[in-house]
Design a protein around this ligand. Structure first.
Ligand code: CA
Length: 228
């Protein structure tokens, strides 16, 4: 599975280097030259991760990070800060603001990819290639296969993403808007009832092995995957 990574960097060469390497690693890179443009982009599509330069013209990277963290919709987006500074105090401020990690320039593509992978694994497991298991149900993002008690189950691409998100966020309730943001990456142009349609298809696909019971409706709140 590929992660959508928003790269906010005003220096064209570094923006290109970071984006190119993310794409080589199989991710999808969205590019912004400044924080104002990045905020605009986040409004229409929620990325799985933001790689953010500290020193930006106009709104600073720090201020952008604060805005992400204070908005309920964006507060959980993992964040890696790029900094030219080696000052310990600055690193601390960055981490206090909610950055999950930081890279000091210059950094190697290998270092970047390793950090991205570690942060995604910790904060956005649905965007990694790790296989997940819940109660006899297994989903493998690499082979794109889902099995229930060893039996292959057939899922459409959206149901697959939805199930992957649920399995990596078990026991938590998500509203339709949150699911649109997390699974479709968009709560603006997709209608909420779309979620209900795909939940129905997902349950149907899991019926063969009885795993449809895991996908639960929580009245007036949304949906969750639960073994209880
Ligand atoms: Ca800069």
């Amino acid at each position: 599975m590929t992660a959508t990574v928003l790269v906010v960097e005003d220096e064209p060469a570094i923006q290109e280097l970071v984006s190119y390497n993310l794409e080589l690693a199989g991710h999808r890179a969205l590019r912004a030259d400044n924080a104002e443009q990045a905020l605009e982009m986040v409004r229409t599509e929620l990325p799985d991760l933001v790689v953010l330069d500290w020193m930006l013209p106009g709104m600073s990277g720090l201020e952008f990070a604060r805005r992400l963290r204070t908005d309920r919709r964006t507060h959980a987006i993992p964040l890696i800060m790029l900094t030219a500074r080696v000052d310990e105090k600055d690193k601390l401020t960055g981490l206090e603001t909610g950055a999950d990690d930081y890279l000091t320039k210059p950094f190697s593509p290998r270092e970047l990819n390793a950090r991205v992978k570690a942060v995604l694994r910790r904060r956005a497991p649905q965007a990694t290639d790790d296989a997940v298991h819940v109660d006899g149900l297994q989903l493998d993002p690499v082979s794109h296969r889902v099995t229930g008690n060893g039996q292959t189950l057939s899922l459409g691409p959206t149901e697959f993403r939805l199930l992957h998100f649920f399995m990596t966020h078990a026991e938590r309730v998500y509203s339709r808007t949150q699911l649109l943001d997390q699974v479709w990456g968009d709560h603006v142009f997709v209608e909420e009832r779309t979620v209900d349609v795909h939940i129905r298809r997902l349950r149907k696909a899991l019926e063969a092995t009885g795993h449809d019971r895991l996908i639960q409706t929580v009245r007036s709140a949304g949906y969750r995957l639960s073994t209880a």
